[in-house]
Design a binder for this molecule. Structure first.
Ligand code: GLC
Length: 557
């Protein structure tokens, strides 16, 4: 495919930014962020180079799972704003070349949802079979519990209903029965509704659970669950040709690949690279990129127009569930040795900077990797300024503290009494006094300015998003080197995982006279030897992106 033909495949080289409206910016002083707040701060995102804003759930909710427990799929929680505020935000974003997507959480509803209230009240309710009921829980009801600190079964007895219902997540989140055609139709209506309001797609929550009919008694007789995902995608694309689905699928690579669909990519448009993320942490813990390289070599290519979503942190715990017990322990020892930092025995409830002792060079190296690896980078709000977590907050919410805008009270997030905030800002080294947007805007060496540079270069380098990636062989164990080729463009990126400087010798581009390797993140040019070999020096935790230029090449550097 030629680059000129691909402008509408926008997710291939997007910069995705996830935020929770509730903790981003509060305009009415009630201690909670709101949609108007996101609108007011839209230029922060535009300047950062964000091209796709992912809003975490903003729907009406009893808020027992931070909004992932929904009581109205068509609503906007009045504490956050109105449909009008959302449309204003989408309009402002579009004006800055930014698309907006939102969480689609349709594996389950809140138990307070009117559908569930009706379903539990009577077997005659039209909503009864929108959920999954049984007289007796199956023998393996305790298998696969997602939140083992709070739940010990996937089935909960409901007094009012006189039956057990399935809940993959918390017991207050009953699963919808996806095999029921009425439920499928309703989900289509929900998608159609938000597309019509201007969304450009969805981050689809818990996709393997969503399409898994295992709870249904007649599961064995049902058609392939992927048919449903294909139907969803076809419907989405019919309604809006530019819309996409970014799925949460944390499975081994070969299984995740099936969620992209066939060669034409007729299911998810994007899927998060959970395996690469976990292997990256193991590599960081070892100061040795071998595990990351291995993961990327094993990672299946998505269909041509689909894409992996790469990330280093998200709103949940840093899950390490796909590492072996020993490997996970290595990461725990390096980045979260205290029990209070760990969650569910499988993850860490921390943000990246405290895990890396706030070492600026190491942090910059990790984000340089994120933007240069094949895939579309997804940032979680606050990463751009290196925010830390607040371990005093329970569970996964430790990483969902208010955005830190200034050094002032509440980090400039809200004028409310600090006790009334949606979540408390951290104390100590990561408090707003030390970490905030205002200060970093003025500091040329800040993480914020580094990430702005990375987003800019990433957008200027189509090789990174569209090219073929090759992991380069060399003799320097602490260095990760890869090359991305696209049409007649070629980028090399090198990253040093160790605290000592390194030199790497790479065969870059065949042979020829006058070939140069031009740095893209700093002013520097290195000559490539006539045999196509180049020697590159790296600082401790250094990172370099270089464009290989042959005489006559027409790229801007
Ligand atoms: C996903 C979300 C998580 C939520 C769960 C239930 O895993 O990322 O935050 O708790 O689904 O909706």
């Amino acid at each position: 495919m030629r680059l000129t033909e691909t402008a509408d495949v926008w997710w291939k080289n997007a910069v995705v930014y996830c935020l929770d409206v509730e903790t981003f910016f509060d305009t009415d002083g009630d201690g909670r962020g709101d949609l108007r707040g996101v609108s007011q701060r839209i230029d922060h995102l535009a300047e950062l180079g964000v091209t796709c804003l992912w809003l975490m759930p903003f729907y009406p909710t009893p808020d027992r799972d931070d909004g992932y427990d929904i009581t109205d799929f068509y609503g906007v929680d009045s504490r956050l704003g109105t449909h009008g505020d959302l449309v204003e935000l989408i309009t402002l974003a579009q004006d800055r070349g930014m698309r907006v997507i939102a969480d689609l959480v349709v594996n389950h509803t809140s138990d307070q949802h009117p559908w569930f209230q009706s379903a539990r009240a009577s077997r005659e309710s039209p909503y009864r079979d929108w959920y999954v009921w049984r007289d007796e829980p199956p023998a393996d009801a305790d298998k696969g519990v997602v939140f083992p600190d709070q739940e010990d079964s996937l089935w909960q007895y409901d007094e009012e209903a006189g039956q057990y219902y399935l809940h993959r997540f918390y017991k207050h989140q009953p699963d919808l029965d996806i095999t029921n055609p009425s439920v499928r139709e309703e989900i289509m209506r929900v998608i159609g509704f938000w597309l019509q309001l201007g969304l450009s797609g969805f981050r689809v929550d818990a996709v393997p659970f969503l399409i898994d009919p295992a709870g249904s008694l007649d599961a064995a007789d049902l058609p392939d669950p992927h048919d449903y995902l294909r139907d969803l995608r076809a419907f989405l694309s019919r309604r809006s040709g530019q819309a996409m689905l970014l799925g949460e699928v944390n499975l081994p690579y070969k299984d995740t690949r099936t969620f992209f669909g066939d060669e034409d990519g007729d299911e998810l448009t994007m899927s998060f690279d959970f395996i690469g993320m976990q292997r990256l942490y193991l590599s960081l813990a070892r100061s040795d990129p071998a595990e990351l390289a291995k993961a990327l070599r094993e990672r299946p290519d998505p269909p041509e127009e689909a894409q992996w979503g790469t990330f280093v942190r998200n709103h949940d715990e840093l899950t390490l569930d796909k590492l072996s017990d020993d490997e996970r322990q290595e990461v725990f020892d390096a980045f979260g040795p205290e029990k209070s930092m760990q969650l569910y025995g499988r993850g860490l409830r921390r943000r990246l900077p405290p895990m890396l002792d706030n070492d600026p060079a190491r942090l910059k190296m990790v984000y340089s990797l994120l933007f240069s690896l094949p895939g579309t980078p997804v940032l979680f709000y606050g990463e751009e300024i290196g925010m830390g977590e607040n371990l005093a907050i329970e569970g996964r919410n430790a990483v969902r503290t208010p955005m830190q805008w200034t050094a002032e009270a509440n980090g400039g997030f809200s004028t409310a009494d600090p006790n009334d905030l949606a979540a408390a800002v951290p104390d100590g080294d990561f408090s707003p006094e030390h970490v905030n947007v205002a200060a970093q805007r003025r500091d040329p060496e800040s993480l914020l300015n580094w990430i702005k540079l990375l987003t800019q270069r990433y957008r200027e380098c189509p090789e990174l998003s569209w090219g073929d990636c090759t992991i380069l062989e060399h003799q320097s164990p602490s260095v990760f080197a890869h090359r991305s080729d696209c049409e007649d463009g070629r980028i090399i990126a090198v990253h040093n995982f160790a605290a000592e400087s390194a030199r790497v010798t790479l065969a870059v581009a065949g042979t020829g006279v006058g070939v140069r390797a031009v740095d893209l993140l700093e002013e520097r040019t290195t000559n490539v030897r006539e045999d196509g070999v180049v020697d590159l020096d790296l600082e401790p935790y250094g990172s370099r992106w270089l464009r290989i230029i042959r005489p006559g090449d027409r790229y801007i550097v």
